[in-house]
Design a protein around this ligand. Sequence first.
Ligand code: HEM
Length: 349
Amino acid sequence: MFPVERKNRRIMIISFLAASLVLYLCPLLLQQPFAAAQLRRGFYSGVCPEAQHVVRETVRRAMARDPRSAASVMRLQFHDCFVNGCDASLLLDDTPSMLGEKLSLSNINSLRSYEVIDEAKEAVERACPGIVSCADIIIMAARDAVVLSGGPKWEVKLGRKDSLSASQEASDEIMPSPRANASSLVHLFERFNLSITDLVALSGSHSIGMGRCFSIVFRLYNQSGTGRPDPHMDPRYRFKLDQLCPVNGDGNVTGGLDATPTKFDNQYFKDLVRRRGFLNSDQTLYSGDGRTREVVKRFSVNQDAFFTAFVEGMVKLGDLQVQQPGEIRKNCREVNKQSERMDRMRTRF
Ligand code: HEM
């Protein structure tokens, strides 16, 4: 090859690489690719002022159809934010190349009301297309569910991006079991910088909603492999649960997580003090650890203290983020086609 030809070839290769790099970086820069965005109150007030109202009305309609949907929607925040941050990874359906979180151990046959988030997203997209993330819709809807159930009000921080993938493995590894004891829960929450007060206050979300017999039969009949029930249960309450959940009965039958399962109040803590907690992971906060017991006792006699701590906990939970590429999904159940392309390009480099 002549020197001139060699030089031309080198120039062509460099130009090709430079063009590829620009093509690769441009969409990323335009998309503000990293999910660990700066969150703030009023994030959409300039660009989509209707967003908060639209989400709240969607939750209100869902509750009118099915009062339990408030609890189910609120739970989504916990299950989304604990697994790689609040990025709506929870909402992604499985694909041939990715096992999503919907079928993880804690979520399968248990998480519900995904369609409420879909409905909110569709309504928000009609008002302002391509602006509001599914991750932020979860956070707004969870807050609205609490408010509309009689709980405290607060302003949410917004500005999250939606993830480009999900991880069933991470969900299986992180989400706590209903069998968990207090000290393991304290440790788990510490990993997320959440204190004992945060743990107890956030568990107070079980003030609304239902649990399945599947989640409690072991404590009714074979606590810790003893062949005996959990000793920390009021016998009359246990009798009631035995009727609801007989041995070899239907695991999908549900019972209230507290005595007032559609009202967000401090009844849950009163129940724990009376040893009427539904889940083992609830009762253990009173019966299993002196540090958590003190907080349960305080909240059982002071609803305002519970509400204040709950709001703090929800804000901290909503702050959980990891550095990863993100986007505003069009449909909460799947990544945008363009991102799939970007993802493919990224793996080629
Ligand atoms: C502390 C550790 C926690 C454990 C072990 C736990 C576990 C559970 C379990 C086993 C159920 C019932 C699921 C079923 O039987 O299908 C449930 C329901 C629920 N959880 Fe938790 N949870 C915890 C913390 C939280 C937190 C932090 C929140 C929200 C901030 C939350 C919100 C809810 C709600 C609202 C329900 C009722 C959902 C419905 O009725 O559809 N949980 N949880």
